[in-house]
Structures are given as C-alpha cells and as structure tokens.
Design a protein around this ligand. Structure first.
Ligand SMILES: NC(=O)C[C@H](N)C(=O)O
Length: 401
C-alpha cells in the first residue's frame, strides 16, 4: 500500500483467509494490523494485517496504470486525473511542494514581505501583447469598466509595494497567450518574483537569484533525496551529481555583447544569424550554455530596443543598453529575467501615469526579477517537457480537466 507520502510502499502481509475478490491494484483500502520489523532485506517494516476493507475497488482492466510498470511521461499525460498516482508524477509533486515551501522560507528568512499580487489586472506589464482578456463579450467588459486581463507578471504591483516594504516577493500563477507548442512554454505557469528597493547594481539582483536557486535546490536535495534520485536515475542520468557541483561554484556572468561575439565565432551555423541587437533565440541560448561548460550563466546589459519600458537605461553608446539580466540554464534556456528599474522621472515621461506617480512620491533605485517555477523544476530534475512538471498543464489547444 502507498499513501502518497513517499515512493516507498508498505508491504502488507495477510493470511489467505483475508483475501478479497475485489482487492486489485489501484484499489483504495483500509488495513488494520500490527506494524512489525520485516524479515526481508528490501524493507524495514511490514504490516501484518488483521482486517482488510476494500473502500473503493478499482477496475483493473480499464485502469490505465499498470503495476510495476514504468510508464513514459507522454503516456501518463493523457490521464490528467490519474497520473498523480504514478511514481514519477508522485515524486514530482512532492518535490514541487517542498520547493514551494523552500521558496517561501528563503524570502521570509531574508526579511521579504509576501504580497498577493492580483490575478486580474488592467496592465500588460511586459508589453508583449500576450494577454488573455477576461470577459471578452461587451457585457462582461462593463463589469470592470475597463478591459481586464489575466496577469502576465506581478512586477508592477510589487514595485508599488517595494515603495512601502523595501523587499517584497510574490509567487503565484501567471498567464501568457503564447501560441507555442514548445516544450518550454505553458499558458498558465507559476512565477516567483522579487523586488528590492535601494539597489543600484545588477550584481545585487543576481546575488539574490543565485542565492534563491542554491538555497531552494539544497533544500529539495536534502528533503526529497529518493524522489530526486528517481529523476536522475531514469529520466536524466546526465544530471546525476551535477547539481551538487553547480551549488559549489559561483555562476558565470557575460554581457550580451560578449554573448553575441561568442555566437559569431561559433563553429556551427544558426538558423537565426547572431547580430548585435537581435533577441537571443533558443539555439543561441543553448550554444552559450554549452560554451560556458553546461552551467548556469547570467547574461547582462541587453539592447535598449529589445526590452520593456521599465528597464533602466545604461546611457551607454553607441550600442545603447539597459540594465537587464537573464539567467540561462542547460536544457531550459531562460530561467530568470530581471532588471534595475528606471527610477528617473524624465526617462519615463509619456509612459504609464501611475508608474510616473511612483517616481514623484519618494522614488528610490530598485530592481527585481522573476523566475519561472516550472522551468526551475524542469532544470533541476532534467525533465524534457514542461508539461510534466505541473499538475494540470494548460497550453494552446489543450485545457484538460
Ligand atoms: N518581476 C520580473 O522582473 C519579471 C518580469 N516582469 C518578467 O515577466 O519577465
């Protein structure tokens, strides 16, 4: 029997007289008996049954999970209502739960205030036009009197709060209508976001990203060793022992301009030719991570024209950049994105009125970042498809259950 608390099952030993006809694999049972030391090498304890009750029988002929079988992730994905009972998803969801607690502890222990940023909003923080509008009928639009959307980022609300509480964070669902079938995107994903007042250097933001990653990963490794081992044994053998190494070393930092030079000198050709001013594509990110030795790498100072309005102008030239940073990791690409925010009023004229107000009323230098939680899990566990690290994946043309 297994109650979902760990990968291990508890062996029940029963007299044949207790056997029930409907006691099949997958059934819900209640067993009473004595917990005794097991004579078998593979287990510590076993339960000597005195009574067995089949609470909910399971029709094994139509039950899609088979006993002692390692089902491929693509196979169990077809059963969003049952896959949490498979070993892999079970392990994943326990790790996800520990990682969630680890993220909250990391920030709370470091003096951050947790803010519930809204899910319904009237802003498009990233300005990328990937919003899901809610109440698309005219009648529903009147509900808020303005067009309303599912949030793409809690950043702007966090910036408001950073003006009152200095260090703040949020960790909730975010939504992007990216019509992509990629293995790195979901329409609904969880994002950890932090905002730090009185910070004037990107270095401070990167330090928090790195500390967050390392602290949470150490927690997961120590709290869920068997669950993590399952991934590193069966799903991503190359990942075995790598995380421990990564935790010991400082993450690398390169500038966007250096990244473009590295790409230009690459012995391979890319579908998108690397040029200064172009966004880094997945193939570029992959090459950069490989070039750096398959470790996490920060890329800093991106072209001004590529990034959203809120990023701080580096006032450099002729290659004009902003104080932005992306953290790239092997197998996943961009894990975190952040920046110093533009706190100078004249630079923001003609932008959002309330954003301008924040600069008029006691503005301070500040910055922040966001980390995609599913991409984090994908990276540490070596899971190829992001749909396999969230309980109920939502993506274009799919909203099962
Ligand atoms: N809070 C952040 O800096 C994350 C950023 N708004 C993004 O969505 O990429």
């Amino acid at each position: 029997i297994n109650d979902g608390s760990s990968l291990e099952s508890l062996q029940v030993v029963a007299d044949p007289s207790l056997e029930k006809r409907d006691l099949t694999f997958g059934s819900a049972v209640e067993v009473q008996g004595k917990l005794v030391k097991s004579p078998h090498r593979m287990q510590n304890m076993e339960l000597q049954a005195e009574t067995i009750r089949v609470v909910g029988p399971c029709d094994i002929w139509s039950f899609p999970l088979k006993m002692k079988e390692r089902h491929p992730l693509e196979y169990v994905r077809q059963f969003p209502h049952l896959r949490c009972r498979s070993n892999t998803l079970g392990a994943l969801l326990r790790i996800r739960s520990e990682a969630t607690a680890g993220i909250h502890s990391f920030f709370q222990d470091n003096g951050y205030v947790h803010i519930h940023t809204p899910i319904i909003t009237s802003n498009d923080c990233e300005g990328a036009g990937e919003l899901f509008q809610i109440g698309e009928s005219a009648e529903k639009t009147h509900f808020f009197s303005v067009p309303a959307f599912l949030t793409v980022s809690g950043q702007l609300h966090l910036e408001v709060m950073a003006g009152a509480f200095t260090h703040v964070f949020t960790f909730g669902p975010t939504f992007r209508a990216e019509n992509s079938q990629s293995r790195r995107h979901l329409a609904e994903f969880y994002m950890v976001e932090a905002e730090l007042s009185f910070t004037e250097s990107l270095q401070d933001i990167m330090q928090v990203m790195e500390d967050l990653f390392k602290t949470v990963t150490s927690t997961v490794l120590s709290k869920c060793p068997h669950d993590v081992e399952l991934f590193h044994k069966y799903i991503a053998p190359a990942q075995k022992g790598r995380l421990e190494q990564i935790l010991k070393h400082k993450f690398m930092i390169i500038s966007y301009s250096e990244a473009v030079e590295i790409l230009k000198q690459a012995p391979q050709t890319f579908t998108f030719k690397p040029e200064w001013g172009c966004d880094l594509q997945t193939e570029h990110e992959k090459y950069l991570v490989k070039h750096c030795g398959e470790v996490p790498v920060f890329v800093v100072n991106y072209p001004y024209d590529l990034k959203p309005f809120y990023m701080r102008d580096n006032e450099d030239g002729p290659q004009h950049t902003v104080a932005a940073v992306d953290l790239l990791v092997p197998g996943v690409g961009e894990l975190c994105g952040g920046s110093l925010r533009e706190e100078r009023l004249p630079f923001l004229k003609s932008r959002l009125q309330r954003y301008l107000d924040l600069r008029k009323f006691g503005s301070v230098p500040h910055g922040g970042f966001g980390m995609g939680f599913e991409r984090y899990l994908q990276y540490i566990l070596g899971v190829d498809n992001i749909k396999d690290v969230i309980p109920f994946p939502r993506f274009s043309h799919s909203c099962l259950l």
